[in-house]
Design a protein around this ligand. Structure first.
Ligand code: MTE
Ligand code: CO
Length: 427
């Protein structure tokens, strides 16, 4: 490089430095082109001057340390202790739809237990011809299937009933994950135990319970049990993580997360529901008049903008902006997501990353141009049953303010001119 070139580079560098110091707002569409004088482009960097890490036997690879802020977080005041508690999926920091297990929210009623495959047993008893006990190895010998499903805790967004509470999509909407499960249909195992699935099964239920101290017992109507419920042992290709029910959990597509019993140990065929704690005093919806709805199994269509959001502010100033989020429905597939920038007055139809899949997360994008003015960002999901995600006002008209669970209302983020976002409520 000649001296003249050097001068040019350094003066350009000074200019660029100035532009950056002038604030993020200075970087617009042209930024990508102007970077040719960037030392990251013009100088050979340390990482190109030697070798990277060699390969070695690695038990499990970890994410790069540069992504150190992608953390499942708790909200300390929410629960009295950590064994009957919850942490939240950092949905603001993820893209696509598959939740890595290590990022997927955990909800335990009596802590995550350590259960070895060799110590694992699954009993099927009750109104079957032959009560059976399966080992883990037995389960692996049945034909298995792969399906992607979301699991949403009925309490997701539950803190937001009375007003805007928690400042971040992770905390308002992070009791959800979406994984590819490998498992055996529950139908196959029930048939193995001699249940006549061609006979009259009306009024029949299964009661499922886990091996942890809480047991988290739930009743599931036979129609659902025989439809798409999976006894799953892999998620996203790998063994279930301990916190998600290793070695085996139940997958109940589209239905509230509480029914997805982890460390599943027993399935009893019965001629009625048990009406256990988890389906009476908990996970039921208290209405305005103090009565409670008996069962709310299906998770209604819902969506949220994950970026920009309080934990994912706009840092690049005006110009091209990717607004993105997640949508899902426990009743079917997402067909459309609309995004509003003005608190629900005007709507633009977002682009779905791929056609919605039944009872799985759908990623949406609105590729837009931001002029720096304040936005009241909302998203509204629609599913293939024709259902449209309600506003908070519409939901309160039906459910009142006493509810905790099953809050699928439209969420609003106030995005300020400086790019920062805040959880707000529009009346
Ligand atoms: N199963 C058992 N055995 N024990 C539990 O505490 N929690 C339930 C369900 N299954 C629970 C359980 C609840 S309320 C939810 S939302 C999901 O598991 C959460 O699954 P995850 O921890 O894999 O996210
Ligand atoms: Co739950």
């Amino acid at each position: 490089m000649s001296d003249k070139d050097n001068e040019l580079v350094s003066s350009r560098r000074a200019f660029l430095g100035g532009a950056v110091a002038a604030g993020a707002g200075a970087l617009t569409t042209g930024a990508a082109k102007a970077q040719t004088a960037d030392p990251l482009i013009t100088e050979i960097q340390p990482w190109a001057q030697g070798f990277g890490d060699g390969v070695d036997a690695v038990r499990y690879g970890l994410p790069t340390e540069h992504e150190g802020d992608v953390i499942r977080r708790n909200v300390e005041w929410l629960t009295a202790d950590t064994v009957s508690s919850i942490n939240f999926t950092p949905i603001h920091a993820l893209d696509g739809t598959i939740t890595p297990q290590g990022c997927a929210f955990e909800r335990h009623h009596s802590g995550a237990i350590d259960l070895k495959k060799d110590d694992y047993r699954l009993m099927i008893n009750g109104l079957v011809d032959t009560p059976l006990v399966f080992s883990y190895a037995d389960l692996e010998r049945f034909p298995r299937e792969n399906h992607v499903y979301f699991c949403e805790c009925a309490a997701n967004t539950g803190m937001e009933w009375a007003g805007a509470q928690l400042n971040g999509a992770q905390f308002t909407h992070g009791m959800i994950h979406n994984m590819e499960y490998t498992g055996v249909p529950l139908r196959t195992l029930l048939e193995e135990a001699g249940l006549d699935t061609t006979g009259d099964l009306s009024g029949k239920w299964v009661f499922v319970e886990g091996a942890d101290a809480s047991s988290n017992g739930r009743s599931i109507p036979m129609e659902k049990a025989l439809d798409d419920v999976l006894v799953a042992f892999k998620a996203n290709g790998e063994a279930l993580r301990k916190e998600h029910g290793y070695p085996v959990r139940l997958v109940v597509p589209g239905w509230e997360g509480n029914m997805w019993v982890k460390w599943i140990r027993r399935i009893e065929v019965m001629d009625g529901p048990v009406e256990s704690r988890e389906e009476t005093s908990k996970y039921t919806d208290t209405l305005e008049d103090g009565t409670s709805r008996k069962w709310t199994w299906e998770m209604d269509a819902k969506s949220v903008v994950t970026s920009p959001s309080p934990q994912a502010p706009i840092k690049h100033g005006t110009g091209p902006l990717v607004i993105t989020g997640l949508a899902w429905s426990g009743r079917g597939a997402i067909t459309r997501v609309d995004v509003s920038k003005d608190g629900g007055k005007n709507w633009e139809t977002a682009r779905l990353a791929k056609p919605g899949e039944k009872m799985a997360l759908t990623r949406f994008y609105l590729d837009t141009d931001w002029d720096g003015s304040e936005m009241m960002l909302q998203s509204r999901a629609m599913d293939d049953t024709g259902y449209v995600q309600p506003t908070k006002t519409q939901l309160r008209e039906v459910r009142g303010l006493n509810s905790i669970y099953h809050n699928n209302c439209i969420q609003t983020w106030l995005v300020r001119s400086n790019g920062e976002a805040e959880n707000v409520e529009v009346s």
